[in-house]
Design a protein around this ligand. Sequence first.
Ligand code: GLV
Ligand code: GLV
Length: 329
Amino acid sequence: MTSTAARSRVFVTRALPGSAPIEALRAACAVDVWEGDEPPPRDALAARAAGCDGLLTMLTERVDGALLDACPTVRVVANMAVGFDNIDVPAATERGVLVTNTPGVLTETTADLAFALLLASARRLAEGEAAVRGGTWGPWNPSWLLGREVAGATLGIVGPGRIGAAVARRGQGFGMPVLYSGRRAVEDFPGAFVPLDALLERSDFVSVHVPLNEDTAGMFGDEAFARMKRTATFINTARGGVVDQAALARALRAGTIAAAALDVTTPEPLPPDDPLLGAPHLLVVPHVGSATGQTRERMASLAVAGLLAGLAGERPQHPVNPDAWERRR
Ligand code: GLV
Ligand code: GLV
């Protein structure tokens, strides 16, 4: 038996879905798991991370230089998410801290949610359901709750990564011509590459799949919405920060665009009295893009694998900052 003293110590910031991921981690490390359903407050995170070799974090944890300085023994941070905008990656790299993420395993699940939002918004499902429950469902009416056609409508994908491609394939299955934009054309992407302005001008449904970073923060503002068709629907399953929410509310109120469907907002949770929620033709769901049992367990397993590889000095499957790993070897 390996002595406990020699084992790596890790802090996991929430109970992990499924039993296999945490068992795999416990088999190899001394594991401390945050007991709350809500994220650990910052001081508790720093206190529990102190003395650890690795952290397994959620997208709710802000991991920056100050936090890493409070736990200088931490060598690996495995983020259980594909996005890593909650982590100051340059600060981690500077400190030789390896960061890993969980791409791939949530691609189809997140694409399903994006397409569910597209369909639900196009066919006004939330309004219909509210009418049924609210007692305003009258006799069949040829002009009631008319939505927007999906088949034949142009789908614009902003951000041609894995998730964007998976949404594009769904669009093709529904008979939608697909346009996409990004920094460069991607080989075999299921759609036609166009500049962002052309995509915004030509698409009936615009679905966002870019990471949140300095280049993408607030990229959907007054100017972008003004370029879109008045009949267009805006769908965001990426990060709330890519949208200027005040501009989105203005665009919906003014009829600059027809509708929006969001899985992500700023902040999260969005308070029920947030001004955005007063805007018309808006569907919002609570950041559930990857929320199936199977996918969340796969994400947890991948995060555990990244953490264990990093702690063992091996190259993990999905390093965010391979430089940090190179530096450590
Ligand atoms: C979820 O939003 C993720 O980045 O995995
Ligand atoms: C995520 O997996 C992406 O690359 O879009």
